[in-house]
Design a protein around this ligand. Structure first.
Ligand code: PEP
Length: 252
């Protein structure tokens, strides 16, 4: 059984002090959600340490939004996987479409980061998804397949259970437009089929695939009810305790 996993991506929002206030309220709001749903939040780097402290003993894990592929060295302004692990980070979001579009990240670069994150003892949340032009051009499944193959290069069936993937159609991120549950399930099922080709059915069945793209309290239940949707990566709505906790509780 794949356990539902809901992760909030705060992007470049919340100072460390603001984070502490939000987390105090969030802890209370989701404290009763125990085994059914795994929960994480991904604050900016500057708030990670404070977040980890604020969440000690809670049922909410800490995630990061990115990291560098190298372990250390002359990479001014960058943060390594080991540095994140040392702060108590469990998951690292990699290949988010904003990083691909605004910072030129490629599948190859994401693949190197995935290796670094796993080596450091954390789990990657690898994001893939098509643009509107690609969807309208009928290329969605090809684009997503190429991203999955590129980001997962060099891994085998034995690694399957350590992966979280996030299908995030670019046209749905921060736009208020959500993929219909049918559109999302189609891509999730395609990704699982591809993982089966790469790693075999047993391993593919263990990989959790989150959906991301304008997930809100009022559309979460339907999305999370789909057979191959194993959770959500939530941007805007994760900044409001009431909205994020409602999404966490939407899994029936
Ligand atoms: C995201 O940033 O991963 C995301 C899905 O954002 P939003 O929920 O705001 O669309």
């Amino acid at each position: 059984m794949r356990r539902c996993f809901v992760c909030g991506n705060w992007k470049m929002n919340k100072t460390a002090s603001e984070a502490a206030t939000l987390l105090r309220d969030l802890r209370g709001a989701v404290s009763m959600v125990r085994d059914r749903v795994e929960i994480a939040v991904a604050p900016p780097f500057t708030a990670i340490e404070r977040t980890a402290k604020a969440l000690e003993g809670s049922n909410i894990a800490v995630a990061a939004q990115n990291c560098h592929a190298e372990a250390s060295g002359a990479f001014t302004g960058e943060i390594s996987a080991d540095m994140l692990k040392d702060l108590g980070v469990s998951y690292v979001i990699l290949g988010h479409s904003e990083r691909r579009q605004l910072f030129g990240e490629t599948d190859d670069g994401v693949n190197k980061k995935v290796h670094a994150v796993l080596k450091a003892g954390m789990l990657p949340i690898v994001c893939v998804g098509e643009t509107l032009a690609e969807r309208e051009g009928g290329k969605t499944l090809d684009v997503v397949s190429a991203q999955v193959r590129g980001c997962l290069k060099g891994f085998s069936a034995a690694d399957g259970a350590r992966f979280v993937l996030a299908y995030e159609p670019v046209w749905a991120i921060g736009t208020g437009k959500t993929a219909t549950s049918r559109q999302a399930q189609e891509v999730h099922s395609h990704i699982r089929g591809l993982l089966g080709e790469l790693w075999g059915g047993e391993s593919a069945g263990q990989v959790r695939i989150q959906y991301g793209g304008s997930v809100k309290a009022d559309n979460a239940a339907e999305l999370l009810a789909q057979a191959d949707i194993d959770g959500a990566l939530v941007g805007g709505a994760s900044l409001k305790v009431a909205d994020f906790s409602a999404i966490v509780k939407a899994k029936g």
